[in-house]
Design a protein around this ligand. Structure first.
Ligand code: S3P
Length: 166
């Protein structure tokens, strides 16, 4: 097995849930980049956006991503929805891991994220968020493995990933 699996995809696509489950099944540690950023900065994500702006958040996110990608150990890493779209992050992910894009229909994503106050970009409103997903697709689609998750439970998504990474 390749030593790192990185989950990418839009907000609400289930990266954290699937990542935790996958790490349990594979018996390798799990890292959630957003959680790491919150721990390290001692600030919530909306607070970082508000105080320092999105660009600063992206730099912190990139630094955290690179640090984990370069760790000499097996890991399942779930990324924030914007991480693959910043600078050459997606290239770095592909160079250092098996990347998995959890591809989910926009309406389903919106249903899951629209009431979440912990995701600052949701405040842009439905149509702008739909556009954001469209602009991000070409980045996500560089992933080595693409899984359509629409009708699948997290357990079923993991079952689909396993043969691709074992
Ligand atoms: C973001 C997604 C969030 C978080 C931040 C920005 C994005 O992570 O990193 O709110 O730009 O799509 P999730 O994808 O885990 O919600």
């Amino acid at each position: 097995m390749k030593d790192k699996i990185v989950l990418v995809g839009f907000m609400g696509s289930g990266k954290t849930t699937v990542g935790k489950l996958l790490s349990k099944v594979l018996k390798i540690p799990f890292v959630d980049l957003d959680e790491e950023i919150v721990k390290r900065t001692n600030m919530s994500i909306p607070c970082i956006f508000e105080k320092f702006g999105e660009e600063r958040f992206r730099e912190i996110e990139r630094k955290t991503l690179v640090e984990f990608l370069l760790k000499p150990k097996n890991l399942v890493i779930s990324t924030g929805g914007g991480a693959p779209t910043y600078k050459n992050n997606m290239e770095l992910i592909n160079k250092n891991s098996v990347s998995v894009y959890l591809k989910t229909d926009f309406e389903k994503l919106w249903e899951r994220i629209s009431k979440d106050s912990n995701r600052p970009l949701v405040r842009l409103g439905k149509e702008k968020v739909r556009d954001l997903l469209k602009r991000r697709l070409s980045h996500y689609e560089k992933a080595k493995i693409i899984i359509r998750t629409d009708e699948l439970t997290p357990e079923e998504v993991v079952k689909k990933i396993l043969p691709e990474v074992s």
